[in-house]
Design a protein. Structure first.
Length: 136
């Protein structure tokens, strides 16, 4: 089952495109959120742009009206994202998930501790598997 902290690459791609178009239109997140028929906060727009929240189809259509673009414009790049995601192995997905969790840590000291821990584990495993057997 998918971990709730994993971001869906399709949501991330749509969010990146939304941000790019919003910036091109010189709108702030607050302005875009306020322009919706049911206004939302700039933080909600930020979560859309980061892919942390999925955009409902009705909201997507309304965003295109506000941004004066087509739904296809907001979905640009999704096909490539789907193809790339399908090509990723399970091990790669776990590595990506680990990296996402690492990047979510805002404290440099904790990031360093994580790097040190993973290095120690990797070196320890390497030593374990490369030990020579005692001579009989």
């Amino acid at each position: 089952m998918k971990n709730k902290t994993e971001l869906n690459p399709i949501d991330v791609q749509i969010g990146k495109t939304l941000k790019m178009i919003r910036l091109d239109r010189k709108l702030t997140r607050a302005q875009l959120g306020a322009a919706l028929s049911e206004p939302i906060s700039q933080q909600a727009i930020e979560r859309y742009e980061n892919g942390a929240n999925r955009i409902a189809a009705s909201t997507l259509v309304e965003l295109t009206r506000i941004l004066k673009c087509k739904v296809a414009d907001l979905l640009a790049g999704v096909e490539n994202t789907i193809k790339a995601f399908e090509d990723i192995t399970l091990a790669d997905r776990k590595s990506i998930n680990l990296l996402q969790h690492y990047q979510a840590v805002d404290i440099p000291e904790i990031q360093e501790a994580i790097r040190n821990l993973t290095s120690a584990i990797a070196l320890g495993l390497a030593k374990h598997f490369t030990r020579s057997k005692p001579h009989e």
